[in-house]
Every structure is written in C-alpha cells, then in structure tokens.
Ligand binder design. Structure first.
Ligand SMILES: [Ca+2]
Length: 411
C-alpha cells in the first residue's frame, strides 16, 4: 500500500475505469452475477469456474487459488470507506515530498543507474519520473500490501459494490497464476488488488507488465527492474513524450480570465504567452505550438500551473490531479529543482462529499442549473460556481472552498 491513505480509494477506482476503458473481455465474462449476498460463497466460486475455464485457467490453478478462501471483511470495510475530510492538495504534497522520500529516491537513482538508462532508451520515459512513481506507489517497494490478491478480488466480486471490477480483476489474477509469473504464496497486493512495487491491478499487469531482468517472469513484486520497466511501458502506451515538460508553475497576469482555466481547456503556448502568462519568477515563457492547460488546484488564491501532455499520461496511471502533481514534483525534487513559489491558501479548505452536496443544493436553490446533487464536482458544478461568483463580483475561479460554502449559506 501507499503512505497516503486518503487517496487509495479514488486511485484504485480511477485505475479501474482506465482498465475498463482499455481492455476488451470475452462475453463469457459477465455470465456470473457478481453480487448476491444470500448466495453461499462456495456456490458462487463454482459459478466462476466456467468463465475462468473460458479464459484459459486450468482446474488445478483454479482449485489451488480458491483453496480455503473466504470473503475478507477488511476488504469490504475499505471498499465502503468514504473520507470524512478531504486532504488539501498542499498537505497531500507535503506528505508525498518528504526529505526521506526524496533522499531515498536519489539513492535508488544511483543504485539502478544502468537499469534506468536502459529503460529510458527502450521506452522513452525519463528515469526521474519512473523513480517518482515507484516512491509514491509503494515507498520504493516497502509498502506493497500483503493481502491475498485472489481473496481480496473474490470478496469485491462476490459482495462489494464494485462487483464488476472485482470479477474482471479476479479473472485477470487467475491468468497471472496460470502463467506462473508469481507463486500463489507470494501473490499479494492491496485491498483493491493493486500489486507490487508499482501497484498494478491484474488487467493492467496482464496488458503492460514486462520482464526486464530476463528470468522469463514479469515480477513486479520483488524485481525493481521489472516493476520500473512495467511502469515505463505503461507510460509509453499512455503517450509519454520524452524530453517534453510535465507541469510548470506560472504567474498569471493580474487580469487573467479564470474561465480559461481547467484541465481540458488546452491551448497552444503562444496563446498563453500572448495572454501575459509568465514563469513563476516573472520571466517570459517560450511561445510555441505546444498545447497546455492552466490549472489552479487550490483556486485563484493558490499557485497556478501550466500542465502538458505528459501530465495527462501520469493521470492515466492514476487520474487525480494531486497525484500527478506529486509525481511531477517528486521527479523535479530528485533533480534538485521543483520549488513552488506561490503560497497555498491554508485557510481556504477544500470540501468533503457532504459539503459538496450542500454546496450543489445551495446553488440550485439560488437558481443555478447543474447535474445531480451527488457531491462530485464536475464541469456542470464548476460552471454553476463560476456563474454564482460572477454574479456576486467574486473571482470566478470555480473552486469549491469552505469560504464559498460559508458565503452561500448566508444566502
Ligand atoms: Ca523478470
């Protein structure tokens, strides 16, 4: 597992979505109804067998994998967990970019110098990014999760709210056992089935893991070369561009129009430069056709960043902006760079799920239109926030903060 716990739920979830989007499964896959709480687990396992067999799993592998396996209550507890408070992005970065993690990363850059050079050449992904992901995913292989992968995924498939995810990953996990990449006794991972030093879920592993150390097995658990190579391969297929920027902090012009900010609102650098965006120290930026987007992870009061194509590649690994920022900035710190100049707005806290729901309802009450009141801040909610801010003469950054909620509560 990783050190930053509040993230793990969202992380597995995003990776699940990616897996579902990119992998095609046999129709036979969905013949078993995943969640029937009144069905005996043993009977349910019997119903998994035809799909397993259709996916090339031998009876021997199947029986060994399920021998003595019962649902794991810890997994269900973790799957249910909704964080009561959302960690502000600055706190998340503080926990990610500790001197210890930076120091260890620099040491490992030296230890695995020749492997990393080889991976850079073969996959076109810089060593600092690979080591940064390694550091964030498993604290460099020291926190990988020690739960039985089959048991965790069978639990999710059998009775979790993530039945479909659990079932697909369970079949993927059986394939790994069938191929013999890892013995059953060492087949361990997180509660959501994320495995090894770079926390791949089984479908991602099956599609992208590679054998770098040449022993014929794709061992992301105890071979750093295989784990780092698998990550490099995954970034390669996520369209990583070697030598291109990931993210830079910038200084916005005084009259910046916040409607231009947003992850999806990419424009060529020439446009941003023409708008007066400069680097964090106020120097001019190079005008080019390279596309970038302006993001404000803590609203208009906090630091602003330009993010590029490579930032999106990291989000394919884990689709959360704080995660992608942490990976990018850990990579920078490993090189001795990466100071964030502008102060974070420490008093303007992000909202949790319940507070976001309240915010959405208050916006609706004030006549703004948005989608469902679901506590998820998507583009429609952001648009409604911006409209409200504009109407009230506030900076229209669309950021759902505690200050904004307070103001809405007062009508
Ligand atoms: Ca290997």
């Amino acid at each position: 597992m990783i050190t930053i716990r509040s993230r793990s739920t969202a992380r597995s979830f995003y990776r699940m979505i990616f897996a579902l989007n990119t992998l095609v499964f046999a129709a036979a896959f969905f013949t078993v109804s995943p969640a029937q709480s009144n069905t005996d687990f043993g009977q349910w396992v019997n119903k998994v067998w035809p799909t397993a067999r259709a996916n090339g799993i031998s009876r021997k592998t199947f029986d060994q994998a399920f021998a003595g396996v019962v649902p794991n209550p810890e997994v269900l507890e973790r799957a249910k967990h909704q964080p009561e408070f959302v960690r502000p992005v600055w706190e998340y970065l503080d926990r990610a970019l500790t001197p210890k993690r930076i120091g260890k990363g620099r040491e490992l850059l030296r230890t695995y110098k020749s492997t990393l050079r080889k991976l850079e050449k073969r996959f076109g992904v810089e060593r600092h990014i690979l080591v940064a992901i390694w550091g964030l995913e498993s604290a460099y292989g020291t926190r990988m999760g020690d739960l039985n992968v089959i048991r965790s995924l069978a639990t999710l498939a059998y009775q979790g709210r993530r039945g479909k995810f659990g079932f697909q990953q369970l079949i993927g996990a059986l394939k790994i056992l069938e191929r013999g990449d890892i013995p059953l006794s060492k087949f361990q991972g997180s509660w959501a089935g994320a495995m090894g030093q770079t926390q791949f879920i089984p479908t991602t592993y099956n599609a992208y893991a590679v054998d770098i150390d040449g022993d014929g097995r794709r061992n992301v658990w105890t071979s750093p070369a295989d784990a780092l190579g698998s990550t490099a391969n995954y970034l390669r297929v996520s369209k990583w561009k070697k030598g291109a920027p990931t993210v830079i902090e910038v200084k916005l012009p005084r009259k910046f129009r916040f409607k231009y900010a947003g992850l999806k609102k990419t424009r060529p650098m020439s446009k941003w430069v023409a708008m007066g965006i400069r680097d964090k120290d106020g120097r001019g930026l190079k005008s080019s056709s390279r596309r970038a987007a302006v993001i404000l992870p803590a609203g208009a009061l906090g630091p602003a960043f330009l993010v590029f194509n490579n930032f999106r590649s990291i989000r394919r690994y884990n689709n959360a902006v704080p995660y992608a920022l942490a990976v990018s900035y850990l990579a920078k710190r490993l090189k001795g760079k990466g100071t964030i100049v502008k102060a974070w707005p420490l008093n303007n806290l992000p909202l949790n799920l319940a507070q976001n729901r309240e915010l959405q309802q208050l916006l609706i009450d004030q006549g703004h239109r948005l989608g469902a009141v679901d506590g998820k801040v998507g583009s429609k909610t952001i648009k409604a926030i911006k409209a409200y801010q504009q109407r009230k003469g506030l900076i229209a950054d669309g950021y759902p903060s505690s200050a904004l909620l307070d103001r809405l509560r007062k009508g």
